[in-house]
Design a protein around this ligand. Structure first.
Ligand code: SF4
Length: 379
C-alpha cells in the first residue's frame, strides 16, 4: 500500500490491516467519518485481494416472493400487504414450480425465496413447496426464508422449536437460509423502523442454530435511514462476534434503504459516496467473513461495478425478478444477464467466476481451498 496516499489519521488503521491485525470499533468509526474515499478503497482492497485474489463472482439465480401478505407493518417496507389490500399477492405452489422450472431451463443454480409473515398458510404448504422445488432438480440450491420468517414459522405455524423447524425444512430440501431481516440491530432504531420485529438476539440465534446444524447463511444490514454511524458499527460488531463463534456466514450483503414509496419517504436516499464508503468499511472491519456482495438491485450495476475497487468481490446474481426493492421505488432493472455481470467484472479488471450459493467457484476455476470451505463440501 502506498502510505503517501493515505491520510495521516487513517495510517495506523491501514498499518493494522496490512499486518493482519483486527481493527477496533473505534477504528471502524474513524473510517466511517473519513472523506477520502480512495484511501478507504485502497485499505479495503488489501482485505479483498488477500481473501479473493483477482476473482470476482456472480451467481445465476432466480428470486421469487411467494407472498407479500404479512402480519407486521415495518415502517421501511413497501412490499408487505394485508389480505384485503389491492396489491396483496399469494402464489399457488403450481405457479412457483412453473416459474422455477422455466428458470432451471435458463441454467439457474439457486432459487432465492422469501415472503411476508403470512398468517394462514399451513405447515404442509411450506413443506410441500420446498419438497416440490427439491424434486424439480436435486442440484438446485434452495435458499429461502429470513431468520424472522423462520421464527414466525416455528412459533405460529409449525408450533415447534426453531431447531426442529429448521430440521423439518432441511429434510424437505432447504439448502440455506437468507440473511434478510437483520436491518439495524440497535433496539431503539428497530422500534422506530420495524416495531414488533424480532430482536437482534433473536435474529442472531436463528443463524447460530442453523450454523450449529452445519448450515451456512449470509448476513445483511439495512442502512441509510435513521441509524447513526455508531449503530452501524455496533451492527457489524455483533455479526463479527457471531462469525467468530460459528464461522457460518459465507458473505455480507449491505443494502441501502429505498425510501421513495415507504412511510419514511422524507429520508434522503444514501448517496453513491456513502454506499461505497459503507462497503469499504464493512470489508475492512469484517475480517472473518470471506465475501462482500454488492447488491446491484440497490446500487445499480454501474455503481456495483465501481464497488469492485472498494472491497467488493461479488456482484450477486441474475435475480430475474426482484419485487421488494422495486415496490419501495428502486429504478434499477429487475434482472441482469450473465453476460452483463461478466462484462462489468472484466471491465473493472477482475476475472469473473460463476459461483454457487456458498460462494464456491463453478466452471472449474481452481483456488486454494480454505478450511471452512472444506467443511462446506460435507455440509
Ligand atoms: S419487512 Fe418483512 S416483516 Fe416487515 S412488513 Fe415487510 S415483509 Fe413484513
Amino acid at each position: 500500500m502506498n502510505y503517501q496516499l493515505i491520510p495521516k489519521e487513517l495510517r495506523p488503521i491501514a498499518e493494522k490491516v496490512e499486518a493482519r491485525q483486527r481493527i477496533s470499533e473505534a477504528d471502524a468509526l474513524t473510517l466511517y467519518r473519513a472523506n477520502d474515499l480512495n484511501a478507504l478503497g485502497m485499505i479495503a482492497n488489501v482485505v479483498r485481494q488477500r481473501k479473493n485474489g483477482n476473482y470476482a463472482t456472480y451467481i445465476h439465480n432466480r428470486y421469487i416472493n411467494y407472498s407479500n401478505i404479512c402480519v407486521l407493518s415495518c415502517q421501511f417496507c413497501a412490499f408487505a400487504a394485508k389480505k384485503r389490500d389491492a396489491h396483496a399477492f399469494e402464489y399457488a405452489i403450481d405457479e412457483i414450480i412453473r416459474v422455477v422450472s422455466d428458470a432451471l431451463r435458463l441454467g439457474v443454480t439457486e432459487v432465492h425465496m422469501v415472503g411476508g409473515l403470512h398468517p394462514t398458510l399451513k405447515k404442509d404448504w411450506y413443506l410441500d413447496l420446498v419438497q416440490r422445488l427439491r424434486a424439480l432438480d436435486p442440484q438446485l440450491h434452495i435458499k429461502a426464508f429470513t431468520a424472522i420468517e423462520v421464527r414466525h414459522l416455528a412459533q405460529r405455524i409449525f408450533r415447534i422449536p426453531i431447531r426442529d423447524t429448521l430440521e423439518a425444512l432441511r429434510a424437505a430440501g432447504l439448502g440455506s437460509i437468507t440473511g434478510g431481516g437483520a436491518e439495524i440491530f440497535d433496539p431503539v432504531v428497530r422500534d422506530k423502523i420495524c416495531r414488533g420485529k424480532e430482536t437482534a438476539a433473536e435474529w442472531l440465534d436463528v443463524h447460530r442454530t442453523w450454523h450449529q446444524m452445519g448450515g451456512r447463511s449470509t448476513c445483511t444490514m439495512l442502512y441509510g435511514h435513521i441509524e447513526t454511524l455508531a449503530q452501524r458499527v455496533d451492527h457489524l460488531r455483533q455479526l463479527r462476534q457471531l462469525q467468530d463463534e460459528t464461522g457460518g456466514f459465507t458473505g455480507f450483503v449491505p443494502f441501502a434503504f429505498e425510501p421513495q414509496t415507504t412511510i419514511l419517504a422524507h429520508i434522503k436516499r444514501a448517496s453513491a459516496f456513502e454506499q461505497l464508503r459503507n462497503l469499504a468499511v464493512s470489508r475492512i472491519y469484517l475480517d472473518n467473513i470471506d465475501h462482500l456482495t454488492a447488491y446491484w438491485v440497490s446500487l445499480g450495476l454501474p455503481l456495483a461495478q465501481v464497488s469492485l475497487s472498494y472491497g467488493v468481490d461479488d456482484l450477486h446474481g441474475t435475480i430475474l425478478e426482484e419485487k421488494i426493492f422495486h415496490m419501495a421505488g428502486a429504478t434499477t432493472p429487475q434482472q441482469q444477464t450473465v453476460a452483463a455481470l461478466e462484462h462489468a467484472i472484466r471491465e473493472a479488471g477482475r476475472e469473473p467466476v460463476q459461483r454457487d450459493s456458498h460462494y464456491r467457484y463453478l466452471n472449474g476455476t481452481s483456488r486454494a481451498v480454505r478450511p471452512n470451505e472444506r467443511e462446506l463440501v460435507c455440509a
